[in-house]
Design a protein around this ligand. Structure first.
Ligand code: AMP
Length: 214
């Protein structure tokens, strides 16, 4: 399975990617997770990326493409991959299309998680993430709370609200998504590679995508 997952912030790309990883063994590649670990490591890339991320803006395309060119050549990608949060602009999608033949990769399709805006807003403001970088389990104060308030069920670390999940940053991220990422839906449709997925849950979405591959 070699797919791109499209969808607004909060559409459930991370959850769907994790479910597909369990079903198929394809590795989840989340540009947001890679960037957050660069920020924690205070690397040169992390230092540049942090300002954009905290403001809810996109990190410049050139930096993302350099990072992804390296990532896609790592051996674990041979078993398949699920691109979660990349590409995010037409420039990134075009650069990916140019890069893939050189790397001997062919994309199966792009799955667009089509989730209503009210659901997304509610999810983003109530989402909590485990602060342990090796865990990063995702919870929701309403629909999937931790057993002990504020403490991760899996590893016991504090669960927190991400820096870019304040109301202001969320609103900015949704505007950026509409302006920069929504055009990718038509981009992949024109390539004949779009699978639109509209279901009630992330689990059901993962199943629809899995069935399409089988
Ligand atoms: P995510 O966890 O996918 O919501 O990403 C968090 C933040 O990382 C985004 O708001 C962007 O600032 C940055 N980011 C993640 N993926 C990309 C990408 N493909 N292009 C540019 N910026 C990205």
């Amino acid at each position: 399975m070699k797919i791109v997952l499209l969808g607004a912030p909060g559409a459930g790309k991370g959850t769907v990617a994790k479910a597909l990883n369990k079903l198929t063994g394809a590795v989840q590649i989340s540009t947001g997770d890679i960037l957050r670990s660069e920020v924690r490591a205070e690397s040169d890339l992390g230092k540049i990326a942090k300002g954009y991320m905290d403001a809810g803006d996109l990190v410049p395309d050139e930096l993302i493409m350099r990072m992804m060119e390296k990532r896609l050549q790592q051996p674990d990608c041979a078993a398949g991959f699920i691109l979660d949060g990349f590409p995010r602009t037409i420039a990134q999608a075009t650069a990916l299309d140019e890069m893939m033949p050189e790397l001997g990769i062919e994309l199966d399709f792009a799955a667009n998680l089509d989730v209503a805006k009210e659901v997304i807003l509610d999810r983003l403001t109530t989402r909590r993430t485990c602060s342990n970088p090796d865990c990063q389990a995702i919870y929701n104060v309403k629909s999937m709370p931790t057993k002990v308030e504020g403490i991760c069920d899996k590893c016991g670390s504090p669960v927190v609200q991400r820096d870019d999940e304040t109301e202001q940053a969320i609103s900015k991220r949704l505007d950026v998504y509409t302006e920069k990422t929504v055009p990718l839906i038509s981009y992949y449709e024109k390539e004949g590679k779009l699978l639109n997925v509209r279901t009630a849950s992330s689990k059901a979405s993962a199943q629809v995508i899995f069935e399409k591959i089988r």
